[in-house]
Design a protein around this ligand. Sequence first.
Ligand SMILES: Cc1cc2nc3c(=O)[nH]c(=O)nc-3n(C[C@H](O)[C@H](O)[C@H](O)COP(=O)(O)OP(=O)(O)OC[C@H]3O[C@@H](n4cnc5c(N)ncnc54)[C@H](O)[C@@H]3O)c2cc1C
Length: 346
Amino acid sequence: MTIESQRLQELLHKHLRPRVKEIDELGRYPGDFLRLLGEEGFYSQSPSDNLKLIRDVATVCVSTAFVVWCQTAAISFVSNGTSDELKQELLSSLLTGEVLGGTGISNAMKFYAGLEELKLVGEKTPTGYCLHGTLPFVSNLAPHSWFAVVFRTEDNQRAIALVPTDLEGVNLKEANGFLGLNGTATYSCQFQNVHLSQKYVVSEQADELIAKIRPGFLLTQVGLALGVTRASLDSMNNLQDKQNAVNQFLKVQPTSLENRLQRLTDLVEQLSDRSAIATVSFREVVEARLESAYLAMDAAQAEMLHAGAAGYVAGSHTSRRLRESLFLAVVTPAVKQLEKMLKSLS
Ligand SMILES: Cc1cc2nc3c(=O)[nH]c(=O)nc-3n(C[C@H](O)[C@H](O)[C@H](O)COP(=O)(O)OP(=O)(O)OC[C@H]3O[C@@H](n4cnc5c(N)ncnc54)[C@H](O)[C@@H]3O)c2cc1C
């Protein structure tokens, strides 16, 4: 174990594990933990480092790992974008966790997959753009945070911008009442006559930038699934002797899931290294992201079968992981979208 991963384990043990229930059940947002990770230098511009960070956090709490993913996605938009001003003003603060970042890009991802129209429209002004529209869910938002959006321009092109939450005309309404992930500071974001300065525009060629960022975006999401699957497997392994080893009769055993987890881990580690040099096959990335959602759901369900009624108790870690794993199936790109994408990728 490297010194960094040992330090991460210490932070998770001391500052996250004791708070998982309040994050999951009371919807308390772990913003201070996100800042701590930044202060300790854990956020990176490398998809492969971020993948490992997200995986390790997800073994403890997927809500927290998801907002870590949001932070790293915001970092990737700024670092891959063309705005030097944003790079100078924002990149280091996102990396140190001083500024928290979100990504309201689900709608755009669904747009590119032919699922829905873009919900944000930008009219050109002398100083930038005037934005209108609503994004139903954007996570990891707090006062003074920033989030990435894609909007349609008047000439029917697409641009990407980083928007500060306190910009006039941006109205946030908390979205909660989800089956899980309520501690993710998720908001519906309404834009009414929002005057966005040109310096906040990350790129006016959103199609190109999205194509460049997308492999890292999906592969780092796989970290969520790897982590929650690891935790389910550890729990199943601890239950092997329960009730005179009755779990040995179950059809799905930890060994088969362990093999799938190892194969997927090897693959995404290799792909995320290659994504840094942009040689990755997007089809392989989509397949890996899809397998990760199915694996997490299979593992969480197998864990429930192993745990029995103790797992069915509300508030058990087993029941939390079942809800967390379902998030992997609905967060964009959802399983239904990934299945559709695979049909159109050669
Ligand atoms: C906990 C959580 C966190 C999320 N965080 C993010 C995030 O950080 N960034 C991001 O881009 N996406 C985020 N999403 C959205 C997610 O990635 C999916 O895109 C979303 O769940 C919709 O998936 P779907 O295709 O199944 O849509 P649908 O089945 O169509 O469901 C869409 C939901 O959005 C509501 N909705 C649709 N249009 C509007 C509208 N105009 N105004 C208000 N509500 C509307 C609907 O009532 C419905 O509940 C989050 C979702 C969840 C559950």
